[in-house]
Design a binder for this molecule. Sequence first.
Ligand code: SF4
Length: 311
Amino acid sequence: MKTVGITALIPPELIFACGKKPCDVNNFVPKSNLQPASKLCAWTAIWRDMILRKELPLDSLVVVAGGDCHNALVDGEKVALSGIPTFYFFYPFEKDVDYLQDQLDRLSRFLGGIQNPEMFERVSEIKKLGLDLDELRAQGKYPADKAFKIMVSFGDFKGDIDLFEKTLKDIQEEDVKYTKTVALLGVPPINCDFHEVLTSLGLHVVYDELPYEFVRLSGNSMDELAENYCDYTFARNIEFRLEFLKNELKKRNVDGVIHYTQFACHHLLEDDILRKNLDYPFLTIQGDLPGKIHRQVRSRLEAFSEMLNSV
Ligand code: SF4
């Protein structure tokens, strides 16, 4: 089965339905030691260099070039120039279902057309197991670090849909000890131990913004995909995202918000808007290169945990 690299959220339903398997190239970044030759955001620079060095076994690449990440375009073009068939995908800024339908139709043609339509429903069913996991974690019955690792893999189902489904079906409730709940907003942290550090400080992440999008968006047909993925909050205008966030934070009873921002990512400019509009104790962390959390960042997380416990 041919492997399609994806640089951000692309409906895995469609890739599987086209008889290919997705591979989220970001999942190789947090544990990478690679020092990129030129970079803005380390996420895109590292997957770019890994692909150019042929360290990722891809047959083609789908670059989300607009509406979510705005840094991936040129790094994607560098990959395309190396000879790898590359498709550029653009999300609409408003809820423009026809526009997204057209993007999905084009992507389907790039992927060779739909061959296994039953995969739409299969993926949707597995995503329901992901929503169960999200709820279990939000209720404090499953460790947040383990839940994050699974939920962030809903972009590509780890390339093995049977094994991934089994992992989800085998999940059992676990006793979780924590003192405060937090929501983690923004792009996922580039540090491989971010969630583990929060757990060690007694902070239980009850909401992971982006992984939750990976899980909740789905559809059993091309029409449903276009309708539902139009509500991908990271690609929509900030008012839409804010309303969605307010609702989720209230529902999950969060005690505080941590906004992870990435060096040279346009999303970090949203920090002051989120601060002004979300009425919670708020900590902003900025990362750059992958690896373990820097000592200074750890100290700031410790201070935030102490502050929440003193309230
Ligand atoms: S952190 Fe920002 S710039 Fe970097 S890959 Fe993610 S969305 Fe793109």
